[in-house]
Design a protein around this ligand. Structure first.
Ligand SMILES: Cc1cc2nc3c(=O)[nH]c(=O)nc-3n(C[C@H](O)[C@H](O)[C@H](O)COP(=O)(O)OP(=O)(O)OC[C@H]3O[C@@H](n4cnc5c(N)ncnc54)[C@H](O)[C@@H]3O)c2cc1C
Length: 408
């Protein structure tokens, strides 16, 4: 508790981070008057649709260093924050409140009920139990410093004095959504999308929609960007964890390229170029008299193998035993550095986030307090933090929300 007087805390934004911060705040300061201001007519809207309606609550990575590595932005700062509240705490928090969780093969953690509503019900129950007020239709777009706190302008009408403010407004696609925070003196990293799939209009590989190669790796020539994992061919281009990871790590660079760039796919990841050259030699010895087009010796999906042979113009009557050096090189190339031109992006329907937001240098990650405005705290996607897919984005919302709610 802060002093003996009842203090008023405003939580701006009724999403995952705002709810978690409000609950933590009441836990740590039971006498405080905590109010969640939500601009729309409903709270927790993203939790509802998250993970395809199942809500990927967190990820089964229980080592702080390994966990932090899943954040293209925020890795260093979150390492500090996770020492206060991390994945183990999330699991314990929900399970102790009756939300049973289950870990998938890919280490993503979901409610056993496979329904995001159980997460919403749990958060809502905690909020009600602790007498936290929710004010819907309450857009906050102006905050002025006042003696010992802040004056909030609610929908440009009422002005309300609050001793402390927790900002949990989520990722803002446009700079103007963050302007009031910039006006208070915070540096803002410009917002750009993260977690998107790659469009390849008119590329005939899209005819192979539904084909998955696991694992493949993808790199962007001329950059250090590289990612691996399952790669899915879609009717508009490429998707799957390998592509989504690449989009997250490359969010800024790819925006600068206006989403026009090339990728090189290694269909036999983790094999290296020399591994693949040796493999081709080995196949030549073993399948000597067989026709290339009638065999599929590298374990690729059949349709993809046929597509690649056509793309690289490997003759129909080519036998393994009579490959020229040029064709041998082509085969290594089509397996190891198969090139595609990307033109545009599509937002991933299961999960997308914003890269950019309040600059991390302006926030003390021990408390989530602003270094610019004392008594103001930040949590969730409004910060320049974003993770790859797999429950990492909610984890950073739970972590920063828990810490912000402690109010120092
Ligand atoms: C389709 C989809 C699926 C996803 N699935 C997953 C998943 O399964 N696992 C995972 O880890 N992540 C997932 N994510 C990402 C995750 O949902 C977000 O990272 C997370 O919701 C961020 O929480 P937040 O509270 O910071 O922001 P938000 O959830 O965006 O909440 C912010 C709230 O603030 C309100 N608000 C904004 N401005 C104001 C204002 N000025 N005044 C008052 N209120 C305001 C908004 O209306 C909103 O309700 C998904 C995202 C999407 C889009």
């Amino acid at each position: 508790m802060i002093g003996s007087e009842k203090i008023r805390i405003a939580v701006i934004g009724g999403g995952a981070a705002g709810f978690f911060a409000a609950i933590s705040c009441k836990q740590h300061h039971p006498d405080a008057d905590v109010i969640i201001f939500e601009k729309s007519n409903k709270t927790l809207a993203k939790v509802k649709i998250s993970g395809g309606g199942r809500c990927n609550v967190t990820h089964a990575t229980f080592d702080i260093n390994a966990l932090s590595k899943n954040y293209p932005r925020g890795e260093r700062q979150l390492r500090k924050a996770f020492s206060q509240f991390m994945t183990t705490d999330t699991v314990e928090w929900f399970e102790s409140r009756g939300v049973q969780l289950i870990t998938q093969e890919d280490n993503c953690i979901f409610p056993k009920a496979q329904d995001s509503q159980v997460v919403i019900d749990c958060l809502m129950h905690e909020v009600k139990k602790r007498n936290i007020t929710i004010r819907l239709h309450s857009h906050i777009d102006k905050i002025d410093k006042a003696n010992g706190g802040y004056n909030l302008a609610v929908r440009e009408q009422d002005v309300l004095f609050c001793n402390k403010i927790i900002v949990a407004i989520g990722g803002q696609p446009k700079m103007r959504g963050l302007q009031w925070l910039a006006d208070l003196g915070h540096r803002i990293e410009s917002p750009v999308p993260s977690l998107f799939t790659f469009n390849m209009p008119d590329n005939s590989i899209t005819k192979l929609m539904g084909v998955v190669v696991n694992p493949a790796s993808v790199k962007i020539p001329g950059t250090k960007l590289q990612a691996d994992g399952p790669l899915l061919i879609t009717h508009w281009g490429m998707s799957g964890p390998a592509i989504l990871k690449l989009s997250a790590w490359g969010a800024r660079i790819l925006e600068e390229k206006n989403y026009n760039f090339s990728i090189l796919v290694n269909w036999l990841h983790p094999k290296t170029e020399s591994d693949i050259t040796n493999l081709v030699e080995h196949v030549i010895l073993n399948l000597n008299s067989k026709m290339v087009k009638n065999t599929n010796p590298f374990g690729l999906p059949n349709r993809l193998w046929k597509f690649l042979l056509l793309k690289y113009a490997i003759p129909d009557d080519q036998r393994w035993g009579s490959l020229s050096k040029k064709i041998k090189n082509k085969l290594v190339q089509l397996l190891f550095v198969d090139e595609y031109v990307v033109s545009g992006k599509t937002t991933f329907k299961e999960e997308f986030v914003t890269c950019g937001g309040v600059a991390l240098e302006d926030v003390n990650f021990k408390s989530m307090e602003s270094k610019v405005c004392p008594g103001m705290y930040f949590t969730g996607e409004v910060l320049d933090i974003d993770g790859i897919t797999g429950g990492f984005n909610f984890q950073s919302a739970w972590t920063t929300g828990f810490i912000a709610g402690k109010l120092g």
